[in-house]
Write a protein that binds this ligand. Structure first.
Ligand code: S3P
Length: 428
């Protein structure tokens, strides 16, 4: 599918964006291994989270989906059963990485694969610590990428320092660590999203965080509890930036997760002079939530590097869009992880925004964006990367002339209904 986006004269109103992808994945995984029934509300029915549901069904769990309500009939920590076919994670790195940790501790072996993009994403980062715990994740490829064979093993607790700041790897080790014969401590180079820790403690586990060290003690049982998923800050980000760069705009995004490990984009945009307000801050199922208001702003360049990077890693393409409309230069550094996302996002962000008249220079660990104030419409590629397609769409709202996004349906990975939702905010 191709989508044509015309410029917006203004964007005004209130939107509800889909549930948080990270929290939705974890609700299925942890609900499946908790004892009892979990009712999830606000679940993201994007393709990635549906892949997680399909994998856990193949592991013997009954799961019912009714719109954004999901019911999981958990069978307890030792209730998963051997899959009779390959587990297919589709495009979802989170499913692959977290599930690999969990499967390493089961009394059966599994075979896991995914789409062409997943088959390029590095898995040594999960296999290495799992090996130290006594597990075995192997691949026929030298580079250790999916398809993977995961042997179910008796695991030992470890002390492990993560070589890359990755919530997916941390979470894989935490899930394996719950089944180990002693405590596991993971030290992160920089703090990453902590939804696994929060949800596990909400379900009765004992996960302690001290600075950047997370300790997980062996768990006897998790107890099912209902989970309300907040809206995804990573999805809200497109509406926030659209409001900032389109004229005469004010957009409110309701019920957005504002976990401190996720709101690097808000910090960065405020540093750039954005008019953003957080309202009605509250805690839901252990996660902080707020309504976010964003208004047309005069932005200026900034420097984004160091420990803020994991807190905005998925938002760098859309931050780059904001930076194109800012005064002066924005430098993004320490973000080499962008190269191993759904596409090489240093290359793909640079190529597609430059096609629209941006002046972005890619670097080895990020990019330098010269503010140009205006972009023009173009025919752009998505590279089947949802965040590239959606970032280009937002750039197109503030560009001159119309933009065509090729293979635009990849937005369904994390945001079903994305393009149409903007039409509800346009001037009639
Ligand atoms: C995620 C962690 C991040 C992020 C991904 C979701 C998660 O990946 O990019 O979209 O849910 O744990 P890394 O942990 O690989 O940085």
């Amino acid at each position: 599918m191709n989508t044509v986006i015309n410029p917006a004269k203004s964007l005004n109103g209130t939107v509800v964006v889909p549930g948080d992808k990270s929290v939705s994945h974890r609700s299925v995984m942890l609900g499946s291994i908790a004892k009892g029934t979990t009712h999830v509300t606000g679940f993201l029915t994007g393709a990635d989270c549906l892949s997680t549901i399909s994998c856990f069904k193949k592991l013997g769990i009954d799961i019912e989906v009714d719109g954004t309500n999901v019911t999981i009939h958990g069978k307890g920590l030792h209730g998963l059963t051997a899959p009779t076919e390959t587990l297919d994670v589709g495009n979802s790195g989170t499913t692959l990485r977290l599930m690999s940790g969990l499967l390493s501790a089961q009394p059966f072996n599994s075979h896991v694969t995914g789409d062409a993009s997943i088959q390029k994403r590095p898995m040594g980062r999960v296999a290495d610590p799992i090996k130290l715990m006594g597990g075995k994740i192997t691949s026929k490829n030298e580079k250790l990428t999916a398809p993977l064979d995961i042997e179910g093993c008796k695991l030992h607790g470890i002390n492990y320092t993560l070589p890359v700041a990755s919530a997916q790897v941390k979470s894989a080790i935490i899930l394996a660590g719950m089944y180990a014969d002693g405590p596991t401590t993971i030290t992160e180079p920089e703090a990453t999203r902590n939804h696994t820790e929060i949800m596990l403690n909400y379900l009765g586990a004992d996960i302690k965080t001290e600075g950047n060290a997370i300790t997980v003690n062996p768990v006897e049982e998790l107890t099912a509890r209902d989970i309300s998923v907040p809206a995804d800050i990573s999805s809200a980000a497109y509406f926030i930036v659209a409001a900032l760069i389109c004229p005469n705009s004010e957009v409110t995004v309701l019920n957005v997760g504002i976990n401190p490990t996720r709101i690097g984009i808000i910090t960065a945009l405020l540093d750039m002079g954005a008019d953003i307000e957080l309202k009605n801050e509250r805690i839901v199922c252990g996660e902080p939530v707020a309504d976010i208001v964003a208004r047309t702003s005069r932005l200026h360049g900034t420097v984004i590097k160091g420990d803020i990077i994991p807190k905005l890693i998925d938002e760098i393409p859309i931050i780059a869009v904001a930076a194109c409309f800012a005064e002066g230069e924005t430098i993004i550094a320490d973000a080499e992880e962008l190269k191993v996302k759904e596409s090489n996002r240093i290359e793909t962000t640079t190529a597609e925004l430059n096609r629209m008249g941006a002046e972005i220079t890619p670097t080895d660990d990020g990019m330098i964006i010269k503010g140009v104030h205006k972009l023009h419409g173009a025919e752009c590629n998505s590279y089947d990367d949802h965040r590239i397609a959606m970032s280009v769409a937002v750039a197109a709202l503030a560009a001159e002339g119309s933009t065509t996004i090729l293979d635009s349906e990849c937005s369904n990975i994390s945001f079903p209904g994305f393009y149409k939702l903007f039409d509800t905010l346009r001037e009639a």
